[in-house]
Design a protein around this ligand. Sequence first.
Ligand code: SF4
Length: 378
Amino acid sequence: MLKKPTSAYVHIPFCTQICYYCDFSKVFIKNQPVDAYLQALIREIELADTGKLRTLYIGGGTPTAITAEQLDYLLTHLEKILDLSQVEEYTIEANPGDLSPEKIAVLQKSRVNRVSLGVQTFNDKHLKRIGRSHNEAQIYDNIAALKQAGFDNISIDLIYALPGQTMEDVRENVAKALALDIPHLSLYSLILEHHTVFMNKMRRGKLNLPTEDLEAEMFDYIIAELEKNGFEHYEISNFTKPTMESRHNLMYWDNDEYYGFGAGASGYVDGVRYRNRGPIQHYLKAITEEGHARLSEEFLTKREMMEEEFFLGLRKKSGVSIARFEKKFQENFDGLYGEAVKELLADGLVQITDGRLRMTKKGLFLGDTVAEKFILEV
Ligand code: SF4
């Protein structure tokens, strides 16, 4: 084994609602074998022989969809079997509608030190329209209760370019997010995924999405307004008050390795990107019989690793360090990408400052289109 990863992702695939836009690995929680799942998850992690962790992230699905007792079981066992003595950031995702006082009490006595809340929008009408079961009042109640319980590292997710959403709606959402006085915000534009209620509606011409121009205007407004209010736009979709970046997510964008545990979870260990079996019963069977649930493994070639370095690294405002790239891959940056970079510079999509290649604002909006220039011809 090479150097052990210092980050881990733990997947809880249950939800109390199924949102109309979601294509994550998840199931409706009713009648699911949640206890058996949690036991299998703990077993998988126990057998993985992990080392000291620096970041731990429990995501979903919805980790807070399980009961307070089940949450307690999960967190207590994670703390027993993982070495969290040097953990810097330990995040749990939560949905406003699910976060009861009992669950907050469980979080409070655990080592969790960051909560990421799936707010999506403050507008009750829009929440209904996207299939969420919480409402605006619950968002405020939850944030107040979390702060009261001592959690100051809180992040919320918001989605913009929702069906029927206007610029005025976006302004209102941003203002309400700022008023929460929390240190981290993630804002994603709605992406239509296959096999979702929204994609179905779209095909039938029943989804009134904002135009691309309006979406760009919304993105511009969000960046300007948040920067004006002391947030740094440190990744395409993420904004932070000084020093409050998500360390776990930075690990992904730095293209570092991590364990992925749970049904449908992905991981990256020893140069191999792997994915676990998704359906709960398949996952349970695999853990019982084999002690792991890997469905697919992809050993990355050096070329693929270099491509990923750009796809992930260029998402960050700090971009990709050219010296780090050359040292990591023992390659000459200019020799490989000189031409591509020249074109991107001429189009105003990237810039090079302090030895780092970064996207400009224009480049950030185009995202992966810029990163694609770093795919090497075979
Ligand atoms: S968006 Fe989150 S809460 Fe909604 S169905 Fe997907 S995983 Fe569950």
